[in-house]
Write a protein that binds this ligand. Structure first.
Ligand SMILES: Cc1ncc(COP(=O)(O)O)c(C=O)c1O
Length: 311
């Protein structure tokens, strides 16, 4: 169902980049699919395959009322013939916002739970209770954050290697929520470059979109261990100072930046992930943190459709 042929590379040119002699290319993973674009397909593909292998007919996952993940899961699950259940944090406000309306229209059963209950989403006894209530299901954790999600994101490295001839000389930058995408990408790159020295491999920079995200470094190392990846700490870093106040916090600067960027470069960003990533990159470039000649690849990980219709 993924038409990855549509993923393209868009070079960005403006005064800031020129003044600092930095090249910036945006990798449009968001164009891969109208509903399961960005990193979503990569996180979901192996989960769906595993669910099928295990004979599951129902998928259950978790997310907030504006969850890109539930949105994509509803579409991908329906297309693959699964029933889907979305456990939603907080009340279901009627009329449903367009993310949840879309999920519902694609057959997802929406289960609202209190924030306190939602916090128990990884507890074995809570999951057992869900099985009891909703019947057998294949569980996909919030944000598609599991080993199958990490493995699926390894394929993003192969796509990059196909699209970017000078990949080894670039820094790859991406927004991080759970760190699943970054871990998968790193693992995939390590597999591609397993015979190369550090200098001839791309460096990966994650930009955390939530506040207090230092714990994500531990999570990313955990995922790398789970997939037996030889990726090393010198291959990547995580920036934790560009959260702009916290997850989904959008200040005026950020909304202005996103509008300006779309106008100048004809690339729409949403403010929660890709907007924060791009703003962080411009702040870093403007502060002279990149030496002249640096080449940055910013991954457009999608997330636009639900947010465009939910200002
Ligand atoms: C648009 C978008 N970009 C980036 C991310 C971050 O991905 P991850 O949770 O794998 O770090 C997400 C969350 O899944 C997202 O929806």
């Amino acid at each position: 169902m993924l038409t990855s042929k549509q993923i393209c590379v868009q070079s960005v040119h403006d005064d800031v980049l020129q003044a600092h002699d930095v090249s910036l290319r945006v990798i449009r993973f968001d164009l891969a699919h109208p509903t399961v674009g960005g990193n979503k397909w990569y996180k979901l593909q192996r989960n769906l395959a595993l669910a099928r292998e295990q004979g599951a007919t129902r998928l259950l996952s978790f997310g907030g009322a504006y969850s890109n993940h539930l949105y994509a899961l509803a579409a991908a699950g329906a297309a693959a013939g699964f029933e889907t259940v979305g456990v939603v944090r907080g009340e279901l406000v009627q009329p449903l916002n367009s993310t949840l309306a879309f999920a519902h229209a694609h057959g997802m059963q929406l289960i609202p739970v209190s924030r306190a209950t939602y916090r128990r989403r990884s507890d074995a006894d809570y999951i057992a209770g869900l099985h009891h209530q909703y019947g057998p299901f294949y569980l996909i954790p919030e944000g598609g954050a599991n080993v199958a999600g990490v493995r699926g994101c390894e394929d993003m490295a192969t796509v990059l290697a196909t699209l970017i001839p000078d990949l080894a000389d670039c820094e790859i930058a991406l927004a991080c929520g759970t760190g699943t995408t970054l871990a998968g990408l790193l693992s995939g790159l390590r597999l591609l470059y397993k015979h190369q020295t550090n200098e001839s491999r791309p460096f990966v920079r994650g930009v955390a979109v939530l506040k207090g995200a230092d714990f994500l470094r531990h999570d990313i190392r955990h995922w790398l261990t789970c997939v037996n990846s030889p990726a090393k700490d010198e291959d990547w870093c995580l920036e934790t100072d560009y959260h702009g106040g916290g997850y989904a916090r959008v200040n005026q600067d950020l909304s202005d930046f996103v509008v300006r960027f779309a106008r100048m470069h004809n690339i729409a960003l949403e403010p929660v992930y890709t907007g924060k990533l791009m703003q962080a990159l411009y702040q870093r470039i403007g502060s002279g943190l990149y030496p002249p000649g640096s080449r940055i690849l910013a991954l457009h990980t999608g997330g636009l459709r639900p947010l465009q219709s939910n200002p």
